[in-house]
Design a protein around this ligand. Structure first.
Ligand code: HEM
Length: 403
């Protein structure tokens, strides 16, 4: 059965597992799989088509981003063994049937749209003798003038993105995968994020960020004719992405602190000018509703541009960046109050593209030169990962690189 847009999961197209023949029915939920609410029962297949899950999957309510570094003395072979272990574990977690040593943190729960997505950082390749296969597209991101990056919370050899609509299911996956890393890799950094809970709004709506803005409206849509070309590496690879990255994508991860105390001093009208959209419903200041196309040429009654020259949506738009586009799929974060007395909160900005040079890099360069939003933000950490395509039947993630 396919569930379309149920339970407020913004446009979720999930697969309900459980019941006769469902992987979930037999093992974890022996008694009454049908009694699960649709949020809990919604599963996202681990092997489904050319791409790993967690990229076009609707944003889940809970997310963990974790980077690992290899311990000393690891080889291509031991990394292959780790990815084989991780892939098998992720598949079992998603199917609700951990074969050994389950700590039962997620006991009783359905899959809750759990996804686990694996990526490789540039530093992995020289450590494993795989330099010749390192994608050019994985070259380090350039520095930006407004960067205030913490190296300890940036980069990493391996990356795992976990998303689920249930915090216990998400934590369980994190714990199990961290244990499965064994002595091969150690956590370098971990970030925890969240989005709207499915069902929190009267109908499925675009999520809001911690500045209160509707965030995610003008993302490329899987139905766009150029979506795949913008977000995924094509079947044969490219000059900047070797064949093993076919069906893969590049994830730029930026921990972006929001300077909320300064932001809160602005009137709502000023806040709307900074973005170029209304706060109440996300509609562009050029008029219409949230989904009305933005009219960057529109002028107001005084002849001034309806969307200011430095408005975030003008500076970030593909039209201002030679067509550069990315799929933004962030989580919000809140790690308490910082030493400055302000919330340590903001966006775990994750964006996906077929090549960062035609996505994040040109757009961030332009934003960095002075969009209205940048002065309320601080980029505190940064990473870039090559996320290979989905494993074929019997394969593990990254096998085409590591075998
Ligand atoms: C649009 C917020 C960082 C790229 C938007 C919108 C909001 C927003 C509210 C309008 C609604 C939408 O279309 O989603 C933020 C916040 C950020 C942030 C709060 C940081 C905390 C970034 C960064 C980039 C970026 C770092 C890329 C380098 C874009 C793009 C759009 C957009 C491409 C769509 C523009 C269009 O074509 O209309 N952002 N953004 N944003 N943002 Fe950001």
């Amino acid at each position: 059965r396919r569930l379309l847009g149920t339970a407020g999961a913004a446009g979720a197209a999930g697969l309900v597992v459980g019941g006769a023949g469902g992987a979930f029915g037999a093992a974890t939920l022996r008694d009454e799989p049908a009694a699960l609410a649709s949020v809990g029962a919604t599963g996202v297949p681990f092997r489904d088509g050319a791409h790993q899950a967690g990229i076009t999957t609707p944003q889940q309510a809970r997310g963990h981003l974790v980077a690992f570094d290899l311990t000393a003395g690891q080889t291509r072979k031991s990394v292959a063994a780790l990815l084989r272990r991780w892939s098998a574990t992720a598949e079992q977690l998603i199917g609700g049937r951990l074969e050994t040593g389950d700590d039962q943190i997620a006991h009783d729960a359905g899959p809750n749209s759990l996804t686990v997505t694996f990526g490789f950082g540039g530093s992995l390749f020289p450590k494993t003798g795989l330099e010749a296969l390192a994608p050019q597209a994985l070259a380090p991101l350039p520095p930006f003038s407004a960067d205030a990056l913490d190296p300890a919370r940036s980069n990493g050899d391996l990356w795992v993105q976990i998303g689920s609509d249930d915090p216990l299911v998400a934590f369980h996956a994190l714990r199990v995968l961290q244990k499965a890393a064994g002595d091969t890799a150690r956590v370098r950094w971990q970030m925890n994020g969240f989005n709207r809970t499915p069902g929190a709004t009267p109908r499925p709506m675009t999520s809001r960020n911690l500045m209160g803005q509707v965030d995610g409206t003008n993302n490329p849509q899987p139905t766009d004719p150029d979506f795949d070309a913008r977000i995924f590496v094509p079947a044969g690879g490219t000059a900047r992405s070797p064949q093993w990255m076919a069906g893969g994508s590049y994830a730029v991860v930026r921990r972006i602190r929001m300077l909320l105390d300064s932001w809160d001093h602005l009137s709502v009208e000023r806040q709307e000018k900074v973005i170029g959209r209304r706060k109440s419903d996300g509609s562009p200041l050029s008029g219409g509703t949230e989904t009305t196309p933005v009219d960057l040429d529109k002028r107001d009654a005084q002849g001034a541009p309806a969307i200011a020259g430095d408005a975030h949506i003008r500076v970030a738009a593909p039209a201002s960046n030679g067509g550069a586009a990315m799929l933004r799929r962030p989580f919000s974060y809140h790690d308490g109050i910082g030493s400055d007395g302000a919330p340590d909160a903001g966006l775990l900005f994750v964006c996906w593209q077929a090549d960062p040079q035609r996505g994040f890099v040109p757009v961030q360069r332009k934003l960095d030169r002075g969009d209205g939003l940048s002065r309320f933000l601080r980029h505190e950490s940064s990473a870039l990962f090559a996320v290979p395509g989905a494993p074929g039947p019997g394969e593990y993630v990254g096998q085409r690189l590591l075998e």
